[in-house]
Write a protein that binds this ligand. Structure first.
Ligand code: HEC
Length: 720
């Protein structure tokens, strides 16, 4: 029964793919993460349009059945549509559905493929999607995706691992990094790789702490898993860019500079585009002096060889975690009467960088502007300038001035916020992290986040949804480890500060999206706590580089175990480590009032439309509403995650907001034409496809962020 349904889906989808003309102007399916190799979230389907969008109704729903409401699971997946649809459960299982009915065709659980010991250390990462490859006659069709540190190759028809790939269908991303010392470092991939011919090109998510794996980009043979090329994002001696690190040995111990947000691909030119994050440790650069190529760079690499075509560094010597958060969208538009093939990157800072695709020459001039250079942190050396495009103007506020304090707060709260505001560094967007606290705006999650931009090739308009939340970064001096005998409690406190405080805060109260650890002993046994430290979970990295004695000490301290804390610490004296940093941050903290409300005035979320030909914004709308503010006279906007999609039917669809709505806007005017409440907020980018003559739009409603409840539903909409 199921088999028959599957074949139907399979053949229909082949037809769709075969009929697919030029990927950039026409896209009727959703074969690649972000809609196609151009990463532009565009669909040329027009059945649903501005005149009938209000009649949209639920076509099917699918429950993954494994939402984890206790630990706030999320679904960030942008599903692909080929041969049925393929998606993720929150717990990283992979499944294929009939795209017409939402019926499950097969499911694959990565845990089943792992032996006992490895299962325990399986990293539950967030996953934004999968990649698809098939040979010419489609007799061999595979799905590639990462679960834990393994890249899987799964037979697209059966849902079984492809034995010929790597080791029985999986490949450990720790391997092939050209680094002797990464076996115990954290690595996964939250975003799918991209397929070029018979290569799967992969980025990675690595630790942001001092002990991080390098973010080298690699291409593997889709059939065998053999590494075909590597691009060292932290160059080795003799490679261009190595000279941008003052310490010529830095490549041996500095990590990060990873392309965590995916790729776009110009198939015709054979160029793959990536955007990298900062080098680690994120918040202090004293151990990695210099501009540090290729951190925070737009990279254009030859897709066949990995050879560098051009690069552009958007932040020099980043100490603000201003990772480039989405791959460049490939865009073509008319400027001064001429068509330009370019790529556009939206950033956490709110700037849009646009480059000629072949040469990397900026389409709008970029200026190196002087920025503050005085850091109160010993050993830090900041870049005297940072590059800023002269056009377009940023799509979010750059400073939180006194006028930007949230007027919706009670008078007492307002006064308290104002007092704190005046004590923080607040007068320049490039104020460095400081001991008194530095306001970071746009915040750590943008500006533009991993949802990335949307581009309409028929109009030349680029869309970006944005967050406007002020965060406060406060640096803390780390005490040198005390000489002489220590108790487990003392050692544990030291290890906590150097490894965990950045996320869980100085008082273990949590920060930003990171949970509190106070009272954690009620939820975990020492054994399950130890397993979690070694496996990590979603945004919590694994700590396998810590030895058993160090983990035991951390457990004694964090779990507040009175007996254990008194025992003496007998672990090895750590060898001097060049990565050891003298400062950590006190947490990923949003600037909130005592009641937990934003210190900055609304809007906290916006949707923006840019004419790329002129570099002018053509409209800007508030996105979402937070009902916690009955005194607000206008919608407040909410922080949002996941991108939009644009269609030939004149519509821009986006969910992404905390209020759990799914909305359609007129893409030309920004007028809202339709909205509906989803079962849970959808912090994910929708996918648009056609099946049996009908246009569908599907979105994953996983909740679990911004304090919302986790969900497990994929909802597809269509006209009646
Ligand atoms: C990069 C940020 C980050 C760092 C560093 C980090 N954590 Fe976490 N931690 C998280 C996040 C995010 C979660 C929630 C994970 C999830 O989605 O289930 C978490 C969850 C946890 C939990 C489970 C909480 C619960 O309620 O179930 C424990 C325990 C924990 N962390 C301990 C630690 C310890 C100990 C360290 C240091 C060795 C550490 N973490 C370092 C981000 C971090």
């Amino acid at each position: 029964m199921i088999r028959a349904a599957y074949l139907v889906a399979f053949y229909c989808a082949i037809c769709l793919l075969a009929c697919r003309p030029e990927p950039n102007s026409s896209n009727t399916s959703w074969p690649v993460y972000k809609g196609g190799p151009a990463a532009n979230h565009y669909s040329s389907l027009a059945q649903i349009d501005t005149s009938n969008v209000s009649q949209l109704q639920v076509a099917w729903t699918y429950h993954t059945g494994d939402a984890d409401t206790v630990n706030s699971s999320q679904i960030q997946c942008n599903p692909i549509v080929v041969d049925g649809t393929v998606r993720h459960f929150p717990q990283l299982k992979l499944f294929a559905l009939d795209a017409k009915t939402g019926k499950e065709l097969w499911a694959f659980n990565p845990l089943d493929s792992l032996p006992g010991q490895k299962r325990i250390f399986f990293i539950l990462n967030n996953s934004r999607g999968v990649a698809y490859w098939a040979n010419a006659d489609k007799s061999d069709a595979r799905i590639f995706y990462t679960a834990g540190s393994n890249l899987y190759s799964i037979n697209a028809k059966t849902g079984k691992p492809v034995e010929a790939f790597g080791l029985n269908g999986l490949l450990d991303l720790h391997e092939g990094l050209d680094h002797p010392d990464v076996a115990d470092l954290f690595i996964t991939a939250t975003t799918p790789g991209i397929v070029y011919k018979d290569l799967i090109i992969m980025g990675s998510r690595v630790d942001e702490g001092p002990k991080a794996a390098p973010g080298h980009i690699r291409a593997f043979d889709v059939r065998t898993g053999k590494r075909r090329w590597v691009f060292h994002t932290i160059p080795h001696p003799g490679e261009p860019g190595h000279e941008t690190w003052e310490d010529s040995t830095a490549y041996r111990f500095i990590g990060g500079a990873n392309a965590w947000s995916g790729f776009s691909l110009d198939e015709k030119r054979g160029i793959v585009f990536a955007a990298t994050g900062s080098a680690s440790y994120d918040w202090y650069g004293g151990k990695r002096l210099g501009n540090g190529l290729y951190g925070n760079c737009v990279l254009a690499l030859e897709a066949a060889t990995g050879k560098l075509r051009w690069h552009y560094q958007t932040i020099h010597h980043d100490v603000w975690d201003r990772d480039l958060s989405s791959p460049p969208a490939l865009v073509s538009f008319k400027k001064d009467g001429k068509m330009v093939d370019a790529c556009a990157v939206t950033t956490k800072t709110g700037y849009v960088y646009v480059f000629d695709r072949e040469t990397g020459k900026p389409i709008f001039p970029i200026e190196e502007r002087p920025v503050p250079t005085a850091s109160g942190l010993v050993g830090e050396k900041l870049s005297p300038t940072q590059p800023q495009p002269t056009k377009p103007v940023p799509f979010v506020r750059q400073l939180m001035t006194e006028q930007d304090i949230n007027p919706l707060l009670s008078p007492e709260s307002f006064a308290a916020v104002k007092q704190r505001w005046s004590g923080y560094l607040h007068d320049h967007p490039f104020n460095p992290p400081s001991l008194q606290g530095t306001i970071e705006l746009p915040g750590l999650d943008g500006g533009g986040e991993w949802g990335g931009p949307t581009f309409d090739p028929t109009t030349g308009i680029l869309y970006v949804n944005a967050n406007e939340m002020a965060w406060v970064i406060r640096s803390v001096e780390l005490e040198k480890e005390k000489e002489g005998p220590k108790t487990l409690g003392q050692a544990g406190e030291h290890f906590y500060k150097t490894n965990c405080m950045t996320c869980h805060g100085p008082d273990r109260m949590g920060s930003g999206n990171n949970p509190t650890l106070v009272g954690i002993e009620k939820k975990y046994s020492p054994a399950s706590f130890d397993t979690l430290l070694q496996s990590g979970r979603r945004m919590m990295p694994a700590f396998r580089h810590l030895g058993k004695a160090e983990r035991k000490a951390i457990a004694a301290f964090v779990m507040d175990l009175p007996e254990a804390k008194k025992q003496s610490y007998t672990g090895p004296k750590p060898a001097p480590d060049p990565r050891e940093v003298p400062y950590a941050i006190a947490g990923y903290d949003k600037f909130l009032s005592k009641e937990g409300l934003p210190a900055i005035s609304p809007p906290w979320g916006t949707l923006n439309a840019l004419n790329l030909g002129t570099g002018e914004w053509i409209w800007k709308k508030t996105l979402g509403n937070d009902p916690a503010f009955p005194n607000a006279t206008e919608p407040t906007g909410t922080e949002n995650y996941g991108g939009s999609v644009v269609t030939a039917g004149g519509l821009l669809f986006i969910a992404a907001t905390k209020d759990g709505m799914f909305r359609a806007f007129n893409k030309r005017t920004g007028a809202m034409l339709w909205e509906t409440k989803l079962p849970n907020p959808a912090f994910a980018t929708p996918a648009v496809y056609e099946m049996g003559g009908k246009q569908y739009i599907v979105v994953a409603c996983g909740g679990g962020k911004l304090g919302t409840k986790s969900g497990d539903t994929y909802v597809a909409f269509a006209l009646p």
